[in-house]
Design a protein around this ligand. Structure first.
Ligand code: V1D
Ligand code: CA
Length: 469
């Protein structure tokens, strides 16, 4: 080997080479490259407790909380955490979960373990609908209280105006019922979060773009005009879960019930593509906002509406799904952004990272940072935006006429809403959760101050302060 070859071997890295940079330096480069900065004029908060990611539904179950690890890794690799207020929320308490759910159901969730022998009844039904879809796994109660705690924390940051857009990708479990688990969902964190928003907001619009019908949220707010629910989903009464959400599912039939016409559904067939979906979304969400005038919006961003999802049947790409979040953001309401379904983990992670970038108002470079942990999961392209509609095995069965008719039927419902007296901000019940948190904080501060004083005394007396030398 010649002398010059040796010198070349040990040369300084070429411009652009990153191998000798620390991880922090690589992330700092991405922040500059992607123009990531805190949004101007509004705050985005990010609520994630990493404990949720360790949970496991079982080897054959499609719900993989590990997809949240992948999501967070991409977000951090691009440096998007620097543009948001990041919180590690505490678990929801038993009492917070019974704000919606029945006591006996929460009590059951708090004590059941996989070692307990569950006995199906005569009709082969497990108590509280536990079973294949909703298994009892180790840490189930912790899982429920953690994802619910994150949604409550996010909602509280919106109601106390510390945040304008609050994100919890571990939430969005829209099928859970008052006293029953359903479709991989045990606690309905969305209902709990909306109840929190309703303490301060007269009208909340709930939008659900998971490929499944948002039946649990619809059911919870069926009889009120303070929440309008709108779900877009694949609909097949017999062959697709949960079989509800037809276009005639519009709320209570009795017009005297305030909830009449405040449940809206957009039932779809297989294979809907980007352009039709985004146009349809705008055609229904635009008039909902104009007529209902929500004061807060919650969007459930289930990633199973992407092409190539293990349980889904649509042909959407990541940018089209994100365009729905972008459009919703433009209304300028306090916005709660939640996860949901999504069963091809690499695409779930790509989608929610992309939607985080929309929330902070940044356009990301398409190639994933090379230092992204688990980058091999994103091979061969290692891109944030692979072509997913090509992986779709589904022909588009939604004709233009079919879609026009659905839009017309939603507009028809909104005509009733337009004619009904709008919900004024009447009596707002006290937010006991916030009052309690405030008191707990004060008690803690007092205790800290006392501890501090005691430690100073101890140091003076030659006690524990010896380590301070
Ligand atoms: F494929 C499976 C393997 C193991 C266990 C369950 C499933 C599975 C696939 N699809 N389960 C389903 C759906 N259940 C049924 C049941 C058959 N019945 C009698 C009902 O078809 C449930 C699909 C749940 C979708 C959940 C969701 O994506 O909407 C979601 N959103 O937020 C969290 C989850
Ligand atoms: Ca949906």
């Amino acid at each position: 080997m010649t002398r010059s070859a040796v010198v070349n071997d040990y040369n300084h890295p070429q411009p652009g080479a990153t191998s000798t940079l620390t991880l922090d330096e690589k992330v700092a480069r991405e922040i500059i490259k992607n123009g990531i900065q805190r949004p101007k004029g509004y705050v985005v908060s990010y609520h994630a407790n990493p404990e949720v990611e360790r949970m496991h539904f079982g080897p054959k179950h499609p719900m993989k909380p590990w997809r949240l690890t992948l999501t967070n890794k991409i977000i951090v690799a691009y440096g998007m955490h620097e543009a948001m207020d990041v919180y590690v929320p505490r678990a929801a308490t038993y009492q917070e979960m019974t704000e919606y759910h029945k006591d006996d159901y929460i009590e059951f969730l708090s004590r059941i373990t996989p070692k307990d022998k569950l006995e199906p009844d005569n009709n082969n039904v497990w108590p509280y609908n536990m079973g294949d879809d909703c298994p009892v796994f180790d840490g189930l109660y912790d899982y429920c209280s953690l994802y619910s705690g994150a949604s409550l924390d996010a909602a509280r940051k919106l109601t106390n105006k510390q945040s304008n857009i609050a994100i919890n990708w571990s939430g969005g479990l829209h099928h859970a019922k008052k006293a029953e688990a359903s479709g991989f969902c045990y606690i309905n964190d969305i209902v709990l979060a909306i109840l929190q928003l309703l303490l301060y907001h007269p009208r909340v619009l709930y939008i659900d773009i998971d490929v499944h019908h948002g039946d649990g949220v619809e059911q919870a707010f069926w009889s009120t005009d303070r929440v309008m629910t709108l779900s877009l989903h694949k609909y097949d009464k017999v062959n697709y879960f949960p079989g509800t959400g037809g276009s005639d599912d519009i709320g209570p039939r009795n017009n005297a019930n305030p909830g009449a016409h405040h449940s809206l559904n957009v039932p779809l067939q297989d294979g809907i593509d980007d352009d039709s979906y985004v146009q349809l979304f705008k055609d229904v969400v635009g008039p909902c906002c104009d007529i209902y005038q929500p004061t807060a919006i919650v969007i459930q961003c289930g990633a199973d509406s992407l092409g190539g999802d293990r349980l889904g049947c649509f042909n959407l790409n990541i940018r089209a799904h994100g365009a729905c979040v972008e459009y919703t953001k433009k209304f300028g309401c306090p916005l709660l952004v939640l996860g949901g379904g999504g069963y091809t983990p690499r695409n779930v992670a790509r989608l929610w990272a992309h939607e985080t970038s929309i929330c902070i108002g940044t356009e990301l470079h398409r190639s994933l940072p090379s230092h992204t942990p688990f980058i091999e999961h994103f091979a061969p392209d290692k891109s944030l935006y692979p072509e997913l509609s090509q992986t779709g095995r589904y022909d588009n069965k939604n004709s233009d006429k079919y879609l026009r008719d659905i839009v017309a039927s939603v507009h028809e419902q909104l005509r009733y809403v337009e004619g009904s007296p709008s919900v004024q901000l009447q009596h707002v019940p006290p937010d006991l959760g916030a009052v309690r948190e405030e008191m707990e904080r004060e008690i803690e501060e007092e205790r800290d101050a006392k501890d501090h004083g005691r430690r100073r005394k101890e140091r003076g007396a030659g006690g524990r302060g010896e380590y301070a030398h």
